[in-house]
Ligand binder design. Structure first.
Ligand code: GTP
Ligand code: MG
Length: 200
């Protein structure tokens, strides 16, 4: 019910941020979506808000190059982050947004939860572990969201869940519960909406 109300409040693009001083005032509850390039961050925001073209998604890794802020109702922000790992952009440019990403993840007061997206076919990689360590050090609670669940079999899915849980057990800032999603099929979307609505 809370989730229904919150998401009925509508979502809108607010701004793209390229430096820390461009961040909006730190006075709303916010959640962010982090993960390797192409894992499905922007697609997930579109699925959550029910607005297909809200966050720009594409098959080209490195599509999102700024920290994109979306309003959710009057009191919350959804934050779409640039991907880490491979990106189709010059090295100097990539370094610049990676640095911004790290600063954001370690220094944002109003960040209530970081959703770390992991492709359910590929699992947690070394670059994910690095981000998770940063979140551990900054004491930012993060929750793993497995994406593209429509692309794996039930058997592989179960194996992946065990593997991911095992790796998460070593991270003090990890929220133990995983969310399995498909932006394409809508799996896990209501669950994620409830989680976002429940954060205070
Ligand atoms: P960057 O901004 O480059 O870091 O990527 P991103 O993490 O925002 O990924 P994006 O949402 O742009 O999606 C990347 C590709 O994966 C697109 O071609 C999407 O259509 C596809 N995709 C995203 N979510 C799903 C899903 O749940 N199922 C399937 N089958 N494809 C998906
Ligand atoms: Mg994106």
């Amino acid at each position: 019910e809370k989730a229904r109300k919150l998401f009925a409040g509508g979502a809108d693009f607010l701004k793209g941020v390229v430096a820390m001083d461009g961040l909006p005032p730190d006075d709303r509850i916010e959640v962010c979506f982090a993960g390797r390039s192409n894992v499905g961050k922007s697609s997930l925001i579109n699925a959550l808000t029910g607005r297909k073209g809200l966050a720009r998604a594409s098959n080209t890794p490195g599509r999102t190059q700024e920290i994109n802020y979306f309003t959710l109702g009057d009191e919350r922000f959804l934050v779409d982050l640039p991907g880490y790992g491979y990106a189709n952009a010059p090295v100097a440019v990539v370094e610049k947004w990676q640095q911004l990403l790290k600063r954001y993840l370690s220094g944002r007061q109003s960040l209530r939860r970081a959703f770390v997206l992991v492709d359910s076919r590929h699992g947690i990689k070394a670059v994910d572990q690095e981000i998770m360590k940063l979140l551990d050090r900054s004491a930012v609670t993060f929750q793993v969201v497995l994406t593209k669940a429509d692309k794996i079999s039930v058997k592989d899915r179960e194996k992946m869940l065990v593997q991911v849980r095992e790796k998460l057990s070593k991270h003090p800032a990890a929220y133990p519960e995983l969310v399995l999603t498909s932006s394409e099929k809508g799996y896990g979307i209501p669950t994620l909406r409830s989680i976002i609505a429940s954060l205070t």
